[in-house]
Write a protein that binds this ligand. Structure first.
Ligand code: FES
Ligand code: FES
Length: 156
């Protein structure tokens, strides 16, 4: 199968992969680079389990051909260094099976960074909107939203 060279940054490190151009970024991350923290749920853009940040934007990595990530900066759950954000999910009991959790955390990271860039105070309605594309079959959403708002308060 024809492969193409793709240079990008992943979690701050310059990375070069050789992959078929239409191979999903999700598969490159998990299978080629061993970054198994990014999860696959639906595989068709509906659940958000595969969310990563591409240049700071939450994106479903199951929908992105690897070649479209060329030259970008990708952040996966392995690159989230904000302990308060991770701890907030633990403290609020916001995870059960855990399939949705990395995507929830990346979506939260993107939202909090966007709020900071725009000078907007994070609140519950915008938190729920930011997580609208991330589905959880286990927890209900109350504890997840509580975790997100806890993280927002701790970063304020
Ligand atoms: S696995 Fe990508 S959106 Fe569900
Ligand atoms: S914790 Fe299981 S899907 Fe959210």
């Amino acid at each position: 199968m024809t492969t193409t060279e793709i240079r990008l940054h992943i979690n701050g490190e310059a990375t070069t992969v050789h992959a078929p151009p239409l191979r999903r970024l999700l598969d490159v991350l998990r299978d080629d680079l061993g970054l198994k923290g990014t999860k696959e749920g639906c595989g068709e853009g509906e659940c958000g389990a595969c969310t990563v940040l591409i240049d700071g934007e939450p994106i479903n990595s199951c929908l992105v051909p690897a070649c479209q990530a060329r030259g970008t900066s990708v952040t996966t759950i392995e690159g989230v260094r904000h302990e308060s954000l991770l701890d907030a999910f633990v403290v609020e009991g916001a995870t059960q099976c855990g399939i949705c959790t990395p995507g929830m955390i990346l979506a939260t990271r993107g939202w909090l960074d966007d709020c900071r860039r725009r000078g907007v105070t994070p609140d519950e309605p915008s938190a729920r909107q930011a997580l609208a594309g991330n589905l959880c079959r286990c927890t209900g959403y109350g504890m997840i939203v509580a975790a997100v708002l806890r993280a927002a308060n701790e970063e304020a």
